[in-house]
Ligand binder design. Structure first.
Ligand code: SF4
Ligand code: SF4
Length: 477
């Protein structure tokens, strides 16, 4: 610390609780702060910056203020580099990236429910921490993880609620461990605040939402796809998110592995949007002998929250590796230092954490096409509803209808270019959904062609006859 440099101290009176606190007044080694003299309309007496010229930039006040009300910045200073040397002076080699590993399950055919296959996918992907709270129809994931983590030297915690579960997952990820939670319905609502924290702190983790019929507690054991928009927009602030939608037990396994790879690759929370059908369905699935896994990139000393590439993914150190780490959901610079009043830093950060997803759409987007030859009408389906939709498309094809199907395995970021492309080749889109029309609206945003919704919201799996009859121009069931 030096008095050769000059610092500005911003004290946000709206955040300060004043005489209930005065931590800054007591903690500042240079007596910069003083008890307040003015009473605000809220009846509080915020502290005041009395002697800013005395400030030596130690940042004690900034770190100790419980309400994040103080920002200290050097006048004319550049970004502060917190550290670039791991403990002991040794420079650890860079690590991370793609590796080929043996599958944790025996290769071959396995027979489980989707929730169990999801848990096995997590174990296969290297997940060694699970924090959660039981909730139908996701509880079987938690039960299976409790059993499997004991066998794999992992850690399982049943938390007090879903808010704590998500927070614990974020903490474990910063400790360097691949982490996951699973929930449904109201539990997903509780998690969304911390999903936003994971977005802002660029914390890789996987959140499984086994969707059930809502709103609210709704029908706990019944399927629906009502959380699609919540996955995209549930957290405040508006950033891009990655969400995948499995339609089978096979994909509960495969897409859970993919979710971990994407989370690590892009340092984001990835949401697996399953549902009560894919979670509780029991069917066989195949496990290959080896698999490709991505581990987060670590470059010792590199800034953990910034990259020269504006769509880039920064290196991610872990606690315990000797680097000083500042992690905050508030706006921060490349080293995690809070910059809550800096418009340039804020804009750069918000754009980058979205751009790192959008710029890699091709790598993330996953879909399958069925009966595409000569298709004039295209059914766009996802999740368990796609099972019913495919039966209906086959039935319509057998009767001479020129219908095809696009099954979305990744929902967010939405593959708008794919819809635009198909819109030039077909005449109409049909979107069956077990909600009041969420993805159908997004499809319409990307095409001038007519888009028809086939909606079912009775807590049952989509009736395939409802889709078939719509395709055949008959009255639906
Ligand atoms: S530490 Fe923060 S909340 Fe407490 S008096 Fe100082 S500015 Fe106000
Ligand atoms: S940075 Fe240090 S010296 Fe400056 S006001 Fe805060 S506590 Fe006091």
């Amino acid at each position: 610390m030096s008095k050769d440099r000059t610092f500005t101290i911003q004290l946000d009176e709206d955040l300060c609780k004043g005489s209930d606190c005065y931590i800054c007044v007591n903690a500042c080694p240079k007596g910069v702060f003083a008890e307040g003299e003015r009473i605000t309309p809220k009846g509080l007496r915020p502290s005041q910056v009395k002697d800013p010229d005395e400030c030596i930039g130690c940042e004690i006040c900034e770190f100790l203020c419980p309400d994040l009300g103080i920002t200290v910045e050097e006048v004319g200073g550049t970004e502060r580099v917190i550290t670039s040397t791991p403990k002991g002076g040794a420079t650890a080699p860079a690590s991370g990236g793609w590796t080929t590993v043996q599958s944790s399950l025996d290769p071959g055919t396995h027979y489980m429910i989707g929730d169990e296959a999801c848990a096995e996918g997590a174990i296969a992907a290297g997940c060694r921490f699970y924090a959660g709270y039981p909730i139908t129809p996701a509880s079987e994931i938690m039960v299976h993880m409790a059993k499997r983590l004991v066998q794999t030297d992992g850690v399982f915690i049943q938390m007090e609620d879903e808010i704590g579960s998500m927070a614990a997952v974020i903490g474990a990820s910063w400790a360097g461990i691949k982490s996951m939670t699973a929930t449904a319905g109201p539990g997903f609502s509780l998690m969304t605040e911390n999903v936003g924290y994971a977005c802002m702190t660029e914390t890789p983790c996987v959140v499984v939402d086994v969707q059930r019929a809502g709103p609210s507690t709704g029908q706990a054991s019944r399927p629906a796809s009502g959380d699609v928009m919540q996955a995209k927009w549930g957290t405040h602030g508006g950033v891009e998110i990655i969400a995948l939608a499995p339609w089978s037990v096979q994909e509960m396994y495969d897409l859970t592995i993919k979710a971990f790879n994407l989370a690590e690759r892009f340092r984001v929370p990835v949401i697996l949007l399953a549902d009560a059908v894919t979670g509780h369905l029991r069917e066989s699935f195949q496990v290959e002998e080896t698999m490709e896994l991505f581990d987060r990139i670590k470059v010792p000393g590199a800034p953990p929250f910034g990259s020269d590439d504006e769509s880039g993914v920064p290196s991610m150190p872990s606690f315990g590796e000797g680097e000083e780490l500042l992690i905050t959901g508030s706006t921060h610079d490349r080293y995690g230092v809070r910059k809550t009043a800096d418009p340039v830093v804020h804009e750069r950060l918000v754009k980058r954490i979205s751009k790192k997803i959008i710029a890699h759409m091709e790598e993330i987007t996953d879909y399958e096409l069925y009966f595409e030859d000569g298709a004039q009408r295209v059914v766009v389906a996802y999740g368990s509803t796609a099972r019913s939709a495919l039966w209906a498309v086959k039935a319509a094809r057998e009767r001479g209808e020129r219908v095809g199907m696009l099954r979305l395995k990744s929902l967010w970021p939405f593959p708008g270019e794919l819809i635009r492309d198909w819109g030039r080749r077909c005449e109409e889109f049909i979107v069956p959904e077990t909600n009041l029309g969420q993805i159908s609206q997004v499809v319409q945003q990307h095409t001038a062609n007519p888009v028809s919704l086939v909606s079912q919201t009775n807590g049952e799996i989509m009736d395939p006859r409802r889709v078939r009859d719509f395709l055949m121009g008959r009255k639906s069931h």
